[in-house]
Design a protein around this ligand. Structure first.
Ligand code: ZN
Ligand code: ZN
Length: 391
């Protein structure tokens, strides 16, 4: 493991920052305390700081000495989740119903550690933008930053992201070229029938029965319509109908999430949902209204930047501890939006050890503080690799 001595020295301080953020979790677009924390630290190390991008977003810029070099960007997310923390330790959430259950507290501190190192110990030749993004958890913070002209205000040739990953052991890194996380779409389906008496079903068109058939038929999309070698998930996660045991309701509502890695499969799933739901509804004499919303694109790593990130990771954790063909996951990540505009790469940094097994979004999850100097070193290695780039 190649950890810079300064980061070893700062480890206790970084741990204290991380635990402070963990105790004070803030939801998306409400990261006021967190962004103040970030901005004041960046300013104290002499970076140029812009606040208020997408509301609570912050970008710190470290100006390089060589203006001919294209700047690069590194991105961390800052928001917490609306969930109850079950951990009992001293730094557990002090805000009931809010929790840093995805480790964005750790992401924020790892990027701060790298910014401090690059600003005060080993300034790079080119400029680096440190992006602290609000509202990653389903609220579209990345897109809001892009709408605030992120990449025209902070011109860069590439952008990098990372996530701690409890599915990998501490001291390992996983990455892959191409699609690594899924696109995320949401569907809302209203099945409209004809309500009536529960004992006189022949006078009704029962939307509950239509809904049951529709849910079952939708399962065939992934199993029968999509190439079995392609990844896809379609989950109907919410079903609402009826108010009483003896009243057949007029309508029923379904909502669900759709994930895939490539655009062709995404198109097939969207079209298939319309075909199946409309067909089933029509077969039973009901009607269907379908709202299909594309929320996030798939996250896809570009070839050169993936190789660069792989080398950076290998420099820190050792060649044998980098899996460069990790399986993609069908979770989603809004860093995907930034990768639609700039080349870049996103990596999973292993965080599992005996005390850190729970998956992200578990009420017993906690970011592993041992990852802090590793993550900062990875960021520094990415900058070093970028600065050594000759193309
Ligand atoms: Zn999350
Ligand atoms: Zn996350």
């Amino acid at each position: 493991m190649r950890i810079h001595p300064a980061l070893r020295q700062w480890h206790e301080q970084m741990k204290a920052w991380r635990r402070d953020l963990h105790t004070h979790p803030e939801l998306g677009f409400e990261e006021h305390r967190t962004s103040q924390f970030v901005a004041s630290k960046l300013e104290s190390w002499g970076l140029e700081v812009e606040r208020g991008i997408a509301g609570t977003g912050v970008v710190g810029t470290l100006r390089g000495s060589d203006p001919t070099r294209k700047p690069i960007a590194l991105r961390a997310d800052m928001d917490a989740l609306p969930m109850r923390e079950e951990n009992q330790f001293a730094h557990a959430s002090g805000s009931p119903g809010r929790m840093h259950g995805c480790g964005h507290d750790g992401h924020t501190v790892m990027l701060l550690g790298a910014a401090k190192y690059l600003a005060t110990v080993a300034p790079p030749a080119g400029s680096v933008h440190f992006i602290f993004q609000p509202a990653e958890e389903g609220l579209g913070g990345a897109q809001r930053m892009l709408d605030d002209r992120l990449f025209s205000r902070f011109e860069c040739s590439s952008v990098y992201g990372l996530h701690n990953w409890p599915g990998l052991p501490l001291g390992t890194v996983g990455i892959r070229q191409g699609p690594m996380m899924a696109s995320m779409d949401r569907v809302t389906i209203d099945i409209v029938g004809k309500g009536g008496h529960g004992g006189l079903p022949h006078l009704t068109v029962d939307p509950v029965v239509v809904t049951a058939h529709a849910i079952t038929a939708l399962q065939t999309l992934v199993s029968r319509s999509i190439d079995p070698l392609q990844a896809a998930a379609l989950s109907i996660t919410c079903v609402t109908a009826g108010t009483s045991h003896n009243v057949i309701p007029e309508s029923a509502r379904l909502t669900g999430t759709i994930r895939s890695l490539i655009p062709e499969v995404r198109d097939q799933l969207e079209a298939g949902i319309h075909r199946i739901v409309n067909g089933v509804a029509q077969a039973f004499g009901a009607t269907a209204k379908i709202e299909y919303e594309r929320q996030l694109p798939a996250l896809s790593n570009t070839p050169r930047e993936t190789q660069l990130a792989r080398r950076a990771a290998a420099n820190v954790v050792g060649e044998g501890n980098v899996d460069e063909a990790i399986d993609p996951v069908l979770g989603s990540e809004d860093f995907a939006c930034m990768l639609q505009q700039k080349p870049g790469a996103y990596a999973f940094l292993g965080q599992a050890d005996a005390g850190h097994r729970p998956m992200i979004h578990s009420p017993r999850y906690d970011f592993n503080d041992e990852l802090l100097p590793i993550g900062s070193s990875y960021w520094i290695a990415v900058v070093e690799q970028e600065m050594a780039r000759s193309d």
